[in-house]
Structures are given as C-alpha cells and as structure tokens.
Design a protein around this ligand. Structure first.
Ligand code: NAD
Ligand code: ISE
Length: 335
C-alpha cells in the first residue's frame, strides 16, 4: 500500500517534509497540498506530483488523502487537527500542537471521543540518534541517578515574524518535550530569566534567556535559549548523574586542524542538524499507518504538556517569578 499524504502548509518545513515524502520515504506519496500562498503551493505541488487544493478542508476531505501532515503556523494547528479528527484521518501535526491549553484540551477531547490515537506531534528529537543514545544511557543507569541537565538551544537567526513568546512556545518547546521524554517525568515548575539583550536581537525580543525546569522527581533542567546567536545551529546537552555524565554534542564527521587550531563544524540550521531525525520520524509514521496501527509517536498529550510548560514560561517572564505547571490527570488513552 502507498500512503497518500495531504500536506497543509508548504513553507520551510512543509516543503522539506514534502520533498522527503515524495522522495526518500518508502511507501508514501504526496497527494494534495494547500497553502494560503497559492503560488508557492502550486510550485510545490508540481514538484511532488500532487494536486494543489483551494483550502485545508479540501486536502483533508479528499478521497485521495489517507493521512494529513500539518505544517502551517502554530495558532492554526488545533482547527486543522480537529478537522482531521472529524474526518477520522490520522494526522502528523508539526509542533506546537496548539498555542493555548484550551485548544490542546479540545484535541484531547476529540481523540477521547474517537477512542483512538490519530494525532502525532512533530517532536522529531525523539527520533534523533544522538538524543536516543543519551536516553539509552540514562535508562540503562550508566550515569547512576540523573540529577541535573545543562542544555543549549541556539538558532543563528529567526524571521522578523518571530515573537518574544515564540522563543518559549515555538523554540524551547522542543526541550519541554525532550526532557519529559528523556527523564520520564513531568515538569512541575519553571523560572525564566532574560540576559542582557544581544545587539543582534530585534527590539521586541528578550534574547538570550535561561529557562530552569523543575521535574517531578527533583531533577533540574537548565536550557539556554538564544535565537540570534549568528554562528550556526547549536543544540547540545549534558545529563549529570550520581555516577557520571552523558554529553550530546553536534554530530560532525570531521575536525579541521589548520593554522594552529583544531575545530569541528557547527550545523548551519535545523534542517542540517535534524535531517535524519525528520526522515526517521516520517518513515516510522508512514510504516505504522500502512500496517494499520494508530499513531505511536509523540501524542496529543505530549503536545498538551509541552504547550502548558511553554505558557508557564511566558507567565514566568511576565511575572518575573517561578511558576508552577499544573496538568490535569493523564487521560487513559495516553497511559
Ligand atoms: P513557514 O512560515 O516557513 O511556513 C508556514 C506556511 O504556512 C507558509 O507557507 C504560510 O503561507 C502557510 N500558511 C499560513 N496560513 C495558512 C493556512 N491558513 N493554511 C495553510 N497554510 C498556511 O514556517 P515553518 O518554519 O515551515 O513552520 C511551520 C510549522 O512547523 C510551525 O508550527 C513550526 O513551529 C513548525 N516547525 C517545526 C520544526 C521542527 O523542527 N519540528 C522546524 C521548523 C518549523
Ligand atoms: C523551529 O520552528 C524549529 O522547530 C527548530 O527545530 C527550532 O530550533 C527553532 O527554534 C524553531 O523556531
């Protein structure tokens, strides 16, 4: 069976996913696309051999769409995900699931009513070989009891449309999911501090910032968020345990030694750093659906939890204090 995937949003990551789904992913093809930028959608559709549709609903309702991939801006995700659930179609929704907890809850309610998991959220770091090895070391007890995590998440630049809140709800949202998954714990409180603003950051931004997450079992996770670091895309971490540490560096096959210095390259952007993770994420999603399984990757509950932590961070910034994260009981569907 070849899975026919309809794609909503043909911007940076939408077109990246479309290229993979119509090229390197086995067992899938892109059948329909929609973007409010009709010219862009038409060009992408031609490249993928897909139909350019006049609306997101047309993509979802098409009889030639088995599953949907949403890569539109975050605030549009809940309405589009709910439309997929109304049509009982599996959906891979890019992060964030939604930008309010109410919208995330509406998705949980809709899935509960269907009684099955159709939603997967695009937290692709769970498919990254480096993060998987860090988790394997922690799970195997190789560093003893995990106590602390130091991490950095730096983007070279962000577009002018990137808001101050998005550094939490769109960028560090990856860390909220990563460390919930890696440590197997919910985040119970957050504190965010802004450093002196980089002269490279836009006036409306607080950049860089430090986020401190308190996990339910007392592990502390510290994240440096810097979305205008200029020099490259730099995502690293070190988990400190009672018997040792495990460190995740940027993948690099070579180190250049010349003119008295030895250095490794830094990936230019998220496409270069996480290209293999997106590939694995998409392939496993397609394989699972083709085998008749429901969604098995990061769930709507994971999307809810990450958004709740992000909004607590936004509140911490505004109020200038530590903010507790309150989550409802995890619904049985996501046990
Ligand atoms: P982008 O701005 O490049 O693309 C968004 C696209 O959505 C644009 O082409 C825009 O015209 C289109 N759009 C706007 N309104 C629309 C609507 N009503 N219906 C359909 N399309 C509409 O942004 P991007 O960087 O590609 O990000 C898209 C989403 O993917 C965001 O949620 C972002 O957080 C997420 N993302 C995830 C990763 C990751 O690492 N997992 C990386 C990048 C982006
Ligand atoms: C972007 O949307 C992504 O998801 C990238 O992985 C992240 O590094 C970046 O900060 C986000 O804006």
């Amino acid at each position: 069976m070849t899975l026919a995937v309809g794609v909503i949003g043909t911007g940076m990551i939408g077109s990246d996913h479309i290229a993979k789904l119509s090229g390197t992913i086995a067992g899938a093809r892109v059948s329909a696309v929609f973007d409010v930028d009709a010219e862009r959608a038409a060009a992408v559709a031609v490249g993928a051999g897909a139909k350019a549709c006049g609306s997101a609903q047309e993509v979802i309702s098409s009889t030639d769409t088995d599953a949907v991939l949403i890569a539109s801006p975050g605030p549009l995700h809940p309405e589009q995900v709910l439309a997929c659930l109304a049509a009982a179609k599996p959906v891979l929704c890019e992060k964030p699931l939604a930008t309010t907890v109410e919208d995330c809850a509406a998705v949980l309610d809709a899935e509960a009513a269907l009684g099955r998991r159709l939603v997967q959220v695009g937290f692709m770091r769970r498919y990254d070989e480096g993060f998987r090895q860090v988790k394997a070391a922690v799970d195997a007890g190789s560093i003893g009891e995990p106590l602390l995590v130091h991490s950095v998440h730096r983007n070279p630049t962000v577009p002018a449309s990137f808001t101050a809140d998005m550094s939490m709800t769109d960028s560090v949202v990856h860390e909220f999911d990563t460390y919930r998954w890696l440590l197997g714990q919910e985040v119970v409180a957050v504190t965010v501090l802004a450093a002196r603003r980089s002269p490279r950051a836009a006036e409306h931004m607080r950049d860089p910032q430090l986020v401190l997450m308190e996990m339910a079992d007392g592990v502390l996770v510290e994240v440096e968020s810097f979305v205008n670091c200029q020099y490259g895309y730099d995502v690293r971490c070190e988990v400190v345990g009672s018997e040792g540490t495990v460190n995740l560096d940027n993948p690099a096959f070579t180190a250049l030694a010349a003119r008295g210095a030895r250095g490794k390259g830094v990936p230019p952007d998220w496409q270069a750093r996480f290209g293999a993770a997106y590939q694995t994420e998409l392939q496993q999603w397609v394989d699972g659906l083709a085998a008749g399984h429901d969604a098995a990757g990061p769930s709507a509950w994971d999307g809810y939890a990450a958004t709740a932590v992000g909004l607590a961070c936004v509140e911490s910034i505004r109020a200038g204090c530590r903010v507790e994260v309150s989550l409802p009981e995890r619904p049985a569907l996501y046990a």
